[in-house]
Design a protein around this ligand. Structure first.
Ligand code: RB5
Length: 141
């Protein structure tokens, strides 16, 4: 089973806590990399924390949440072998796994409807990379 690393900034904190309840309910193995309250923090600190963990193993996967998801995405994608996907609906979430083998999902807490997010998480965690022609493309990144 994949090990999940989850983190946010202050803007994503409440959504992170909601996602954790879901992960617990579904018995996923995860580690909360902080923050542990909603005091103001800098999102790159948390993006780097999670990216460093995720790139260590193919079995690791990350969830990063900030206000828009964009800052987390930009910071995480600075790391070699990190493919962070900004997911904004079910289709982008599914394709990020099928075609891009994304290993981190980035989410915008201020942009997304909370009721949809757990569906995105479920899809991200349960969709397998298609491989084939997409593997060659990933090697070119
Ligand atoms: C914090 O106010 C906000 O800038 C941050 O959560 C994120 O949206 C950055 O990309």
């Amino acid at each position: 089973m994949k090990k999940i690393f989850i983190s946010s900034d202050h803007a994503g904190y409440n959504l992170k806590e909601k996602i954790k309840i879901y992960l617990n309910k579904k018995r996923y193995r995860f580690e909360d990399m902080g923050p542990f309250n909603n005091n103001s923090v800098d999102y790159p600190d948390y993006a780097h924390k999670v990216a460093k963990k995720v790139k260590k193993s193919k079995n690791n996967i990350g969830i990063l949440i900030c206000g828009t998801g964009l800052g987390m995405n930009i910071a995480a994608n600075k790391h070699k072998n990190i493919r962070a996907a900004q997911c904004f609906n079910l289709k982008s979430t599914k394709l990020s796994r099928l075609h891009n083998d994304a290993n981190i999902i980035t989410l915008g807490a201020r942009l997304l409807k909370k009721k949809n997010v757990l569906n995105y998480i479920n899809t991200f965690l349960n969709t397998k990379f298609e491989g084939g022609r997409h593997s060659k493309r990933l090697r070119k990144i």
